[in-house]
Design a protein around this ligand. Structure first.
Ligand SMILES: C[S@@+](CC[C@H](N)C(=O)[O-])C[C@H]1O[C@@H](n2cnc3c(N)ncnc32)[C@H](O)[C@@H]1O
Length: 264
């Protein structure tokens, strides 16, 4: 009721001026006819991206819980609520984006639990979610595998939707489970998993750190315990949580244990 009353007070004129006050928007969201980022460099973002994979997500989310990691202004969180999700928790480490997200939810009259939190702190949430969205965040991290391991350990109960900027070969070669030490040519194959390190910046953005090719995105997901069920769009992977291999588990177990106190 509280949310409905708050929604009603937002006329298009009031929305327009509040949108301007909330700074530069990365998400173009339609709020009572007002577009929040009409001149986005990618076009109508992320609506055009959403249209490419929305059919891969359950149309009815009643009875399910969702975590949106790196929610920005909450475009995907709002879509999850439109599908009836019982609970949407949305985290981002940026206060300005969170203020935009809270406003967008208020204007839409929906309740979303927004929290200022880094992906490295997901253990603090103290629960798992049926569906976790991890869209457009991994390449902004200095430690992307750590984030995937933490999400696997503490947050993902079942479905995991991952999106990453990709660069390099769009072909994913089949890689054998092992090669002799003398084998070197395989590393030069175009479709070998490769993670490109950005030392300074890419696209004028110093928060871009590691950009995988397609083979690497797939391999990192598999290695972190996410089986790829669907690949509806070049950058988007719909996954199911499975157990990680013994080797992957052992490799990160100590680090996850040592972080437990800080992330839970
Ligand atoms: C490219 S935007 C993607 C936003 C949205 N998920 C989407 O796909 O449209 C990256 C978002 O991740 C957030 N972010 C970056 N590093 C983060 C971290 N360590 N923890 C939580 N959020 C982070 C940024 O503040 C930003 O909102």
């Amino acid at each position: 009721m509280k949310t409905r009353a708050a929604e009603a007070q937002w006329t298009p004129d009031r929305v327009r001026s509040r949108v301007a006050e909330l700074g530069k928007w990365f998400h173009n969201i339609n709020l009572k006819g007002v577009q929040t980022a009409p001149d986005h460099f990618l076009g109508d973002y992320p609506a055009f991206k959403w249209r490419t994979f929305e059919k891969s997500i359950p149309a009815d989310l009643h009875g399910r819980t969702v975590l949106d990691v790196g929610c920005n202004a909450g475009f995907y969180s709002l879509e999850m609520k439109k599908r009836g999700a019982d609970l949407v928790v949305a985290i981002d480490y940026d206060d300005e984006y969170l203020a935009q997200a809270r406003f967008a939810a208020e204007v839409n009259g929906v309740e979303i639990d927004f929290r200022r939190m880094s992906v490295y702190e997901v253990g603090k949430l103290g629960r798992k979610f049926d569906l976790v969205l991890f869209m457009g965040v991994a390449y902004h991290l200095r430690h992307p595998l750590l984030a995937l391991d933490l999400l696997h350990e503490y947050a993902v109960g079942d479905m995991f939707v991952f999106q990453s900027l990709l660069r390099g070969s769009p072909v994913a070669d089949r890689v054998d489970p092992d090669y002799p030490f003398s084998e070197t040519a395989v590393f030069d194959r175009e479709g070998y998993p490769r993670l490109h390190f950005v030392e300074e910046r890419y696209a004028n953005d110093p928060t871009n750190w590691w950009i995988p090719n397609l083979a690497c995105a797939e391999a990192m997901l598999r290695s972190s315990g996410f089986a790829i069920l669907d690949h509806p769009e070049q950058e988007v992977f719909v996954c199911k949580r499975v157990e990680t291999s013994d080797w992957a588990r052992r490799a990160s177990a100590e680090l996850l244990r040592s972080l437990k106190g800080t992330s839970r």
